[in-house]
Design a protein around this ligand. Structure first.
Ligand code: FMN
Length: 186
């Protein structure tokens, strides 16, 4: 696909076919991720990945349980609580693959660098016909030391982008975008 086509046609995908995503495909996507720019070219990212659907399901269940215990009942995000409480809600949407992008230190611009890597990964996925969805709601559980221990991850790594991947049953319609607010400075 042309670059602008990929950018325009990427969607958050939440409904996946049964087609698995291969390990080599995930590796290719991570290779695209690390082509992102980073502050002082520090490349402060690390990736954890799974293509084990059952394991991804079990992580989704743990993350949901954690959210049910800790998600605020009031405040700006409280409306999400009823979605999480729905017994049908599966945090990772039964995706066949999951990539977690971690910042490897807490230097000031590490999170930004990891976001750029994550966007590269999602665009490269779209180019291969693979849908992605960034699952910010998984971060509270993934930030726990106990979770990192359980997943055998370095304890000081900070989760930035949990991304599910899979072949979409269909590509969703665009949600549209607001007109950008642009201030021409001069
Ligand atoms: C930082 C961030 C966190 C997100 N967290 C979630 C999430 O927890 N669950 C979910 O279903 N979608 C999540 N999304 C996907 C957004 O809802 C989606 O990108 C947005 O609605 C725009 O739709 P589009 O990606 O199809 O253009 C997240 C996206 C971003 C960038």
């Amino acid at each position: 696909m042309e670059l602008m086509e990929v950018i325009r046609d990427r969607r958050a995908v939440r409904d996946f076919s049964n087609q698995p995503v291969s390990q080599s495909t995930v590796q290719d996507l991570i290779q695209a991720a690390v082509l992102a720019p980073s502050a002082m070219n520090r490349q402060p990212w690390a990736f954890a990945a799974s293509i084990d659907r059952a394991f991804i399901e079990s992580m989704a269940a743990h993350a949901r349980d954690f959210l049910l215990k800790h998600f605020p009942a009031s405040g700006p995000e409280s409306e999400l609580r009823s979605m999480i409480e729905n017994p049908e809600f599966v945090l990772f949407y039964h995706a066949p693959a999951l990539v977690l992008v971690f910042a490897t230190s807490d230097a000031t611009q590490d999170a930004e660098d990891c976001c750029l890597a994550a966007q590269n990964l999602m665009l490269a996925a779209r180019d291969k016909g693979i849908g992605s969805c960034w699952i910010g709601l998984a971060r509270p559980w993934l930030s726990q030391l106990a979770t990192k221990e359980e997943l055998d991850l370095k304890l000081h790594y900070r989760i930035v982008a949990p991304i599910v991947l899979g072949y979409p049953r269909e590509w969703p319609e665009s949600h549209g975008r607001k007109e950008p607010e642009i201030h021409w400075i001069r």
